[in-house]
Design a protein around this ligand. Structure first.
Ligand code: ASP
Length: 428
């Protein structure tokens, strides 16, 4: 059986077991409730947390080593600048399209009309960074600190500098690069090790999450929930499909089949960042994107590109405005599009960060931040879904950019692989 099939089974079993436990734990103090609490806290939580920790463990070394190799292959010439500008441009444009779509659909469905406002709702978003801070913060003062903190944009800047410097350092540069290339292979192999425990890891993660989901909240917020899911599907299948077809002449169906492992991981972890090792593997080994492109676009996308998050924010803004009976002007909507697009830049792709940046969007149009408390109940589930769209978006843009640069291997892309992404390359 292929690993991706095993992972799917692990996910389905996790959802099932979690939901059963959720129902079983209804009567507190009963035998079933105690058993359920033990399973969730002593087994699923432990295994799930170790699994996530092992994924995160690989992110910084993989991005650093891989991007040094990638940027040294590109060199600091016009091509590198062209690729970077195109990637960033596409990331911003797709996010703006996503939030616009969300605003349009939400205004048709009107998810917040008739919602009873609970004025006791509370939500403290904490301080949001200013644009100036975000910009300055891209440049590291200390690479080790950037790595310790997992600051992706700073790691990207440092890795590119180092990779480019290697190509300009003659023989010593070549020797250093050889070492990095070897390390890159070793870390990729570590990723493949991890994949083998993935079915059990995702089972535990999902069993825990679903055992704790308040399904009551889902009923109250059904209209909001359905609107977000609908726009996620429209964008994820429609807009991305069109982009692949129109800009690169590629088959969207093949793309979606190939990208599946990254989607499953994104859904299970609700973190674009933790998914980076898998996304990178999928990008190179299943989509055929050259390392010199993927090593830059994937980690950048995990930080900068959050289409799914922007969609949630667009729908949430309309929902909260309607619940509080506030009218948003056309100018207000434009401000929402701009803020939601820019808000995702510089915030790491970790679970729940979309709610924090939503507070920036709400403040921009003068809506009460406490409104966020209204939608918290269903956010975890939506987080998993929007993270899948975020990661798909990273892969779509990377594919289009690689195609434009002539760095997409069509043989790998078209061969909807029976092999799993994580089977290490056989080397002679
Ligand atoms: N969890 C999302 C991600 O990692 C961000 C969010 O929407 O909260 O991409």
């Amino acid at each position: 059986m292929h690993l991706s099939t095993k992972i799917l089974i692990g996910m389905a079993a996790g959802v099932l077991v979690g939901t059963l436990l959720n129902v079983a734990s209804g009567e507190s103090g009963s035998f079933l409730a105690n058993l359920s609490a033990w399973l969730v806290n002593s087994l699923f939580d432990v295994v799930g947390s170790i699994f996530i920790a092992s994924l995160k463990l690989l992110v910084v070394p993989l991005v650093f080593v891989s991007l040094v190799c990638g940027s040294s292959a590109m060199g600091l010439d016009a091509r590198m600048g062209h690729m970077a500008a195109k990637t960033l441009g596409l990331y911003l444009v797709t996010t703006a399209v996503a939030v616009t779509l969300a605003l349009l659909v939400a205004n048709v469905i009107d998810p917040g009309v008739g919602i009873e406002m609970d004025t006791a709702a509370e939500f403290d978003p904490g301080p949001a960074p200013s644009v100036k801070e975000v910009l300055i913060d891209i440049f590291p003062t200390n690479p080790v600190k950037a790595m310790v903190e997992g600051n992706m944009l700073q790691i990207i800047v440092f890795s590119i500098l180092m990779g480019v410097a290697m190509t300009h350092s003659g023989e010593p540069g070549r020797k250093a690069l050889d070492l990095f290339r070897s390390f890159n292979e070793v870390i990729m192999t570590m990723v493949t090790f991890l994949m083998h425990i993935a079915p059990y890891g995702v089972f535990c993660l999902l069993a825990k999450i679903f055992s704790e989901l308040g399904l009551g909240a889902l009923l109250d917020l059904a209209k909001y929930f359905v609107t977000v899911v609908l726009v996620l599907l429209l964008h994820g299948l429609g807009v991305y499909g069109l982009l692949l077809k129109l800009f690169a002449g590629l088959s969207p169906l093949t793309f979606f089949k190939n990208v599946r492992p990254a989607l499953l991981f994104a859904f299970s972890t609700a973190s674009s960042n933790a998914t980076i090792p898998v996304t990178m593997n999928v990008a190179e080994k299943r989509l055929g994107i050259d390392n010199s492109v993927a090593s830059f676009t994937i980690p950048l996308g995990a930080t900068v590109n959050m289409d799914g998050t922007a969609i949630m924010q667009g729908v949430a803004t309309v929902f909260i405005a309607q619940a509080f009976d506030v009218d948003i002007s056309l100018g207000g909507y434009l401000a929402v599009i701009a803020t939601a697009t820019l808000a995702s830049v510089g915030t790491a792709g970790v679970p729940g960060v979309g709610l924090i940046t939503l507070s920036m969007v709400l403040q921009q149009v003068g809506l009460p931040v406490e409104g966020i408390a209204l939608i918290i109940g269903v956010d975890r589930l939506l987080d998993m879904m929007r993270t899948s769209v975020n990661v798909t978006g990273d892969c779509v843009v990377s594919t289009v950019v690689a195609h434009g640069e002539g760095l997409l291997n069509r043989d790998i892309y078209d061969e909807v692989s029976d092999r799993d992404a994580y089977v290490p390359e056989t080397r002679s």
